[in-house]
Design a protein around this ligand. Sequence first.
Ligand SMILES: [Zn+2]
Ligand SMILES: [Zn+2]
Length: 837
Amino acid sequence: MSQLELNTTSATARKTYFVDVMLPVPIPKMFTYRVPYELNEIVQVGCRVIVQFGSRKILTGVIGRIHEIPPEKYEAKTILELLDEEPVIHKLQITLFQWMADYYMCTLGEVLNIALPSGLKLSSESRIQLHPHFDYYGSSLEFSDKETLLLETLLKNDSLSYSEISKLLHQKTIYTIIKSLVYKEAVIIFEEVKEKYKPKKETRVRIAPHLLIDHQLEALFDLLASKPKQEAILLHYLQHVPVFNQPELNRQGLAKNTFGNGGLSESSLKTLVKNGVFEEFEIIISRFGSYDQQLTDITLTAEQEKAKANILESFKTKDTTLLHGITGSGKTEIYISLIQDALEGGSQVLYLLPEIALTTQIVTRLRKVFGDQMGVYHSRFSDNERVEVWKGVLNGKYQFVVGVRSSIFLPFDNLGLIIVDEEHESSYKQYDPAPRYSARDVAIVIAAHHHAKVLLGSATPSMESQYQARQGKYGLVKLTSRYGMAVLPEFAVADMIRERNKKLSKGEFSSLLIEAINEALDNKEQVIIFQNRRGYSPYITCHECGWIPKCTNCAVSLTYHQYRAELRCHYCGYKEPMPTTCEACGSTHLKTIGFGTEKLEEEIALLFPQAKVQRMDLDTTRRKNSYDTIIKDFEQGHIDILVGTQMVSKGLDFDNVSLVGIFDIDRMLHFPDFRSFERTFQLSTQVSGRAGRRGKKGKVVIQTRNTSQRILHQIISNGYQDFYETEINERKAHLYPPFTRIIGVTIKNKDPKTAKITAMKMGNLVREKIGTNRVLGPEEPIISKIRNEYLMELVVKLERSQINLGKVKSLLYESMLEVLQEKELRSSKIIFDVDPY
Ligand SMILES: [Zn+2]
Ligand SMILES: [Zn+2]
């Protein structure tokens, strides 16, 4: 119901309205509340409300629907407060959230919880205040020392939160004290709901407006002639705010901190404020600095121009188009040009990137072109920063957003174009918690809602997207030559078995790679070393008895991290000091097995003592700007050799890298997953693309124990087509996506036996309901225990056509409810993952 209708009806009769509210709790449906009469004319779909849920919880929800039907099964509570006069989410988003809940088999509350930045959610906190009728000084009751301290502090403060009280009393558990005081009717507890988002404010000063008329300012100068410090302040102000020529500028004033920073006396400014010459005021400012557009003209090469024309042509008949451009072919310029066109046409644009932190270079480049109208949205932002981008999209400040997967939730209402760059990247998939969505796939759904176009870009398209393009469902545009003068790199394969047998290799490095590194260093060129495993070694073992330290919470061996002399679990974060002796036999002969980035870094330092080495992996980039710092150092030539995990394969563009070394490709290939070949091909091709740019031919050395594997030759010959053909035939033969659709079912329980029984029952029931051939398992996954929960897995494989997906999903859901009804199995969790990556 629109507001207009509400206005007309409410004039005639006082109606009782109900709202269905989306709540950020895992319940499957919206919850209905009554609208107080005084809000009848202001409630709108998309506005936030505060409501009571259950007997104790106070929650913020979003109105999803307004109607006049009271709920059947329960009496509707009245909404406590309406938080927004204007909607914070659009109707299109509500449609999207509902679609996501259905498709990804989770609740609307779970979607909402992930969608809204926590700054838009409210937190409720219990606070304590003195009981209104309590007379501390007149009371004859006895209080303990701590109670006295608390009561006396409350006399001075209006109220205290639990955490403030705990700090005051220097103890963690304060409930007995509070309970006792409540019993004595000395204090009461209340819930305070507070908004998490805090606008950033700036204190400014301006000349008191009455001084700007009738030459009063000139008179003021005469008066201040004897007070040079105050005069300097007035001059500083007039220099920045030319009020003589443009008196209207006085209204916005000047930030107070510019005076102090300019070396001017702050106390003199204070005096001027006190004497009424200046007035102080506060304004809300953006957390993001302002940026100038520096470069508006993008010149495309003839090939880029042609590709752009082809994309536009394809958009005439296809909603989604795949741009397959080899690494370094200049896709970004084409994106920029398309974005400019879309913005000029008046529509919004969303540009998705797999990980912003890993793509600083692209963001910097876009910033130069789009300046302030571009918003950036990513996971390393604070909540307040995210709320600002959210609000900026709502109020039209940001017509264009570049962001990671969660930016699909932003409140767009008029998208014209969505670009999904590096569309093959697995970081577009959210694994945990629900909704377990793919931002690439959701982007295509959003585009349909907005009648917008989607451009998927990649040098190594996913099997799914390439297949859709071949089938004619997506448009396909190719870019086959490298941008500028760049040429594709030359490949060399190091046979590690031969190297080891002939004792040519040193440590993990083949003689071939050592030679190539020396050559690059001699030529003052840079090197990237890729090993997709962090830490020093994946495990250690006792030489005498074979003991291997395992995680206490997960069924995995602990990774050795030399830098901190620790063993760590990469699944749950458990860590312990590196043991000096075997815990089983007491031997001191412990050895490391396998290698990660840390060990390679150490070996590089020994093999190439003259080179400056830096490691880039999760361990060295945890802090907010550490990634940027490493990139900058590498760009400026302060680092000769960069060794890292898949982070080094992404979107980086370095002019002076002539060599890339790829380690342990065999391990990536033999990972037991139907996508392991696809992943290895993509990663190797992407990281190889970092070698040789701007006219220099680069070199790539791949180390392997099996030089004859076909996929190696497909990587070397840049044979994407060849790779695609073999891989798609494999998928077809074994009925894997894109020929089938997969729904993963994970069963978790703290007890291994219960996990197994639950999985068996679930498996049997699902087989019964949807057909034996469509269900695989249950099986123990490779890692059968994570964070003290034992796991079992079922795989549901569904044909692409002639199947009612919605029906299958509801059968799966029913099966789950049925299994979990059994008392002994109730402690199990059953989790669905639709289209797992
Ligand atoms: Zn663990
Ligand atoms: Zn031992």
